[in-house]
Design a protein around this ligand. Structure first.
Ligand SMILES: Cc1cc2nc3c(=O)[nH]c(=O)nc-3n(C[C@H](O)[C@H](O)[C@H](O)COP(=O)(O)OP(=O)(O)OC[C@H]3O[C@@H](n4cnc5c(N)ncnc54)[C@H](O)[C@@H]3O)c2cc1C
Length: 454
């Protein structure tokens, strides 16, 4: 189900499931690249550390990414300069450039075989109306003294040399192994469902056990907690990826006008993101303010968040790992202010206002009026149906058996809808995802859809 190329080409690791009460110093929630990179950054500190993952390590967005290691993050430099200023764009570039070099050093130091290969990374367009965006971004990068190259295959393009590609799961699993040698504990299928905060101590509920700690980090990509209402300051966006037996050279390309992005693989085939792709899908969280939230939830508290990589989490995971480790170990970090969670940008959020309004309207209102009849359902299709006057989510499986659920997302009671391509129920409001049988795949919800009798 939704298996990526990375998952098919790595030997799966198996970690323990948490089955007892534990007291420790630091808990990291989330076993994706952000959480594991942070554990690696802290592994030699005096603190005892555990990582809790609700499914398998790296099985969510990190296991379904395209894994370009680059500081050329689409048109972000142009957007940050427009909504903030050139200095913030400079800090953003510096932090990611440093992270890229740190990842290269880790791979060397730990001798990690992760199909690492240097290449150039490009953004491009063949549509005249987007040429000015490329030109603007070029000017900004040049003013930051970043060396920019062009290719001659497209109407407009810019690229950066000395970028890279790698195998994210081989890298992730090697980090886990190195952390374990230093005593870090990893638990899989160990979902955090509740957090109690008392006297500077956190008590987490996990698999009917209690985990106590002094420092707590949320590396869950998108919040399952309501504290700080970050679920209203972010949304999740889905992309589909295809494996293609096609050769297009050694470099990585992102088209800025139609989300057609591709990167080569070690065997010279490639991964492609475009609208018609269907091999696998993944979601990443987009911060309305345009810059990820990496830092303390509240000043002076020992609780930290890492959210909003907006599809650039390979280098940003390392930025976050370094920054949160510095905050915990009370070291200065030049990027603390840039990523701090204590500001918002209305200017940046404006570009998403209509989208958010549409999502919420769909979830709380318009879906109610788009009910179907059970007879109209095809096999392997789901829809909202009225059963005895009650809205009900119904799925017809391959054997034409009907499965009935509550259509209300347990997170905030929006009405889910069925996505036939991925065979999932999706909440339009905050993008929780459930499989066709109502089992939770992606949060913010922490519960599955409630089963109903027919
Ligand atoms: C299609 C696609 C292509 C991309 N390509 C690139 C690229 O080329 N380059 C790039 O830089 N970035 C890319 N990205 C972005 C990048 O992959 C992500 O930003 C990054 O993988 C996110 O890592 P993460 O650790 O934050 O999230 P995840 O890998 O999703 O990890 C979060 C983990 O938290 C766990 N979790 C959640 N709630 C709980 C809970 N209550 N208890 C315990 N565990 C919990 C989840 O199960 C999950 O495993 C891409 C993203 C997508 C969607």
């Amino acid at each position: 189900m939704n298996q990526s190329y990375w998952q098919k080409t790595t030997r799966k690791r198996t970690e323990k499931v948490l089955n007892k009460d534990i007291t420790t110093d630091i808990v990291i929630i989330g076993g994706g690249l952000a959480g594991v990179s942070l554990a690696y950054q802290l592994k030699d500190s005096p603190y005892r550390i555990i990582v809790l993952e609700k499914d398998a390590m790296g099985s969510h967005t990190t296991g379904h990414t395209t894994a370009k290691l680059t500081t050329l993050h689409g048109l972000l430099y142009q957007k940050i300069t427009k909504n903030y200023d050139i200095h913030q764009a400079y800090l953003y570039y510096r932090s990611n450039d440093k992270a890229l070099k740190e990842i290269q050093n880790i791979i060397k130091r730990e001798s990690i075989s992760c199909d690492y290969q240097e290449n150039s990374s490009y953004i491009y367009t063949d549509d005249p109306q987007y040429v000015k965006d490329i030109e603007e971004q070029k000017k900004i990068l040049e003013s930051l003294r970043v060396e920019v190259v062009e290719d001659n295959q497209h109407l407009a393009s810019i690229g950066l040399k000395n970028q890279a590609i790698f195998h994210p799961l081989k890298y992730l699993f090697a980090l886990i192994q190195s952390c374990q040698k230093s005593g870090v504990l990893f638990f899989e299928y160990s979902q955090v469902t509740h957090i109690e905060r008392k006297n500077k101590l956190f008590t987490l509920s996990v698999n009917h056990h209690k985990v106590k700690c002094q420092y707590l980090i949320h590396a869950t990509r998108y919040p399952f907690i309501k504290k700080g209402i970050y679920f209203m300051k972010l949304f999740q966006q889905r992309e589909y990826v295809d494996y293609k037996e096609t050769q297009k050279g050694k470099d990585s390309y992102l088209c800025i006008d139609q989300t057609c992005s591709y990167r080569p693989l070690m065997n010279d085939d490639l991964l492609m993101i475009d609208r018609d792709a269907k091999d696998w899908y993944a979601q990443d969280s987009i911060p309305l303010r345009g810059i990820p939230y990496i830092g303390r939830i509240h000043q002076y508290q020992q609780e930290f968040i890492i959210y909003g990589f907006q599809k650039w989490g390979m280098t940003l995971s390392q930025v976050a790992a370094r920054l949160i480790a510095d905050l915990i170990l009370e070291r200065d970090n030049p990027y603390e202010e840039l990523y701090s969670c204590h500001y918002f940008s209305i200017a940046s959020a404006k570009q998403y206002t209509q989208k958010i309004i549409n999502n919420v309207t769909r979830g709380y209102w318009s879906q109610r009026f788009h009910t179907r009849s059970i007879q109209s359902l095809d096999v392997k299709e789901g829809a909202i149906v009225k059963v005895d006057g009650h809205l009900t989510a119904v799925y017809k499986d391959g054997q034409e058996k009907l499965h009935y659920f509550s259509p209300y997302c347990p997170h905030l009671k929006c009405l889910v809808h069925f996505d036939k391509k991925s065979q999932t129920w999706v909440c339009p409001c905050h993008q929780s995802v459930y499989d066709a049988y109502g089992q939770l795949i992606e949060g913010p919800s922490i519960f599955s859809l409630h089963k109903r009798k027919n």
